[in-house]
Ligand binder design. Structure first.
Ligand code: SF4
Length: 399
């Protein structure tokens, strides 16, 4: 039998709960409006870009990315016997005249080994430069596939190995060469600038290749020369550089699924709990996240900003692999991972790139031992892609 008192009590609790949820909703709405206002003040649009009507809408982007996500998480180096693996790799590096070039987003154990063996840790521009200048005959590129390809284009005479050739990037996957070729043909007369996070075939179609550290400077330079631009593939970075440069930039529509997950409302809340913290944001993030930043820049630029700042706390909106270097470079400072919201409501990276994390000491050792996972590219592609890549390196030297 129903207890009327209990029933009444339950309905009062329910009513209060509904009111409380409505109140929270209203709070979230006010907070979003405030961020939007801040975005508008800085010339940015919330979650979109003012050029969006002119982007090539890639409807299947999300489906394609979901298909390529690693099925199981790669074994982190912490699960492996690091000391013996590192010792074996060290011997083989000497024997095979090889060097490790690691990205900031890879496992700290790989970054540490690169440091200890005269290798290198950096962002994609610095990795490319180091690979081209280092005398080693074999380059072990710990990162994602386009980084290995870039190393091969710049050093075709060297052997380039990767721990796992299936380590992709959502930007590279989201810009298929055949589709991109049609896009260029449909928009003649524009200078084609592509981000380093693209396949060798896409680079071979470009006039320029850039990394996030020089993208704004280059687009400003081309705009001053009266050139109109096609930008691919990252629509958020493209929107950012278009706003910064004031250039006429036609955007391709793909994004980094890791940086696209940073959530402005959640970061705002985090900032309230850490009011003294500086917010460091990578420009592959959405415009509303960028609007909250104290510093916007490439991974290397964010690292430098953390070193030079007087702040003691930082909220960092980029892949969490960078924390290894940040903590090493700034021992007394605190780094807090910026909050995320699953991409498209489904893919949840939590600021960890699923492909970067496919690199570990075990598969790195296997690559150097067996010589498997070699990057191979057609001579014709190397020849064509070398032109915009060399332009990028020259532009970097002068600016
Ligand atoms: S973090 Fe983003 S841009 Fe970098 S490799 Fe992963 S998916 Fe690509």
């Amino acid at each position: 039998m129903k207890n009327p008192k209990l029933h009444k009590f339950k309905s009062v609790v329910c009513e209060k709960q509904v009111l409380w949820l409505k109140f929270l909703d209203q709070l979230r709405y006010w907070q979003k409006s405030w961020i939007e206002l801040k975005c508008n003040c800085r010339g940015a649009r919330l979650n979109s870009c003012k050029y969006s009507r002119r982007t090539n809408v890639n409807q299947n982007f999300q489906k394609k990315i979901e298909k390529h996500l690693p099925v199981t998480a790669a074994k982190g180096s912490k699960d492996l016997d690091n000391a013996s693996l590192s010792a074996e790799i060290k011997k083989l590096l000497i024997k095979k005249n090889a060097v490790i070039i690691a990205h900031y987003y890879t496992d700290p154990a790989i970054q540490q080994l690169a440091e200890e063996t005269g290798g290198f840790i950096g962002d994609s521009l610095e990795m490319a430069r180091f690979g081209a200048e280092n005398p080693a005959r074999t380059l072990i590129v710990a990162g994602v596939r386009f980084m290995g390809e870039t190393a091969k284009i710049l050093c075709p005479q060297k052997t380039v190995l990767m721990p796992d050739l299936k380590a992709e990037c959502s930007l590279d996957l989201g810009c298929e060469p055949a589709e991109f070729k049609k896009f260029i043909a449909a928009n003649p007369g524009r200078t084609v600038v592509v981000y380093a996070n693209t396949s060798a075939e896409v680079k071979a179609m470009a006039d320029w290749v850039v990394t996030s550290s020089i993208a704004v400077d280059l687009i400003k330079h081309l705009t001053a020369r009266g050139e109109k631009i096609i930008w691919a593939p990252d629509r958020y970075l493209g929107d950012y550089i278009a706003r910064q440069s004031g250039g006429d930039v036609l955007l391709w529509d793909a994004c980094c699924i890791v940086h696209a997950e940073f959530d402005a409302v959640k970061i705002s809340n985090l900032k309230k709990r850490h009011p003294q913290a500086q917010v460091l944001v990578h420009p592959e993030s959405k415009a509303d996240v960028i609007a909250l930043a104290d510093v916007v820049g490439s991974t290397s630029q964010l690292l430098k900003a953390a070193q030079q700042s007087n702040a003691k706390e930082f909220i960092v909106a980029t892949e969490t692999g960078i924390f290894y270097k940040m903590q090493q470079a700034c021992p007394g400072k605190k780094f807090i991972a910026a909050a995320t919201e699953p991409f498209g409501g489904k893919v949840d990276c939590a600021a960890n790139c699923p492909w970067m994390k496919m690199n570990n000491l075990e598969n790195l050792l296997a690559a150097i031992k067996t010589g498997n996972n070699e990057i191979k590219l057609a001579d014709e592609v190397i020849k064509k892609a070398m032109v915009p890549l060399t332009r990028m390196l020259e532009f970097r030297k002068k600016n």
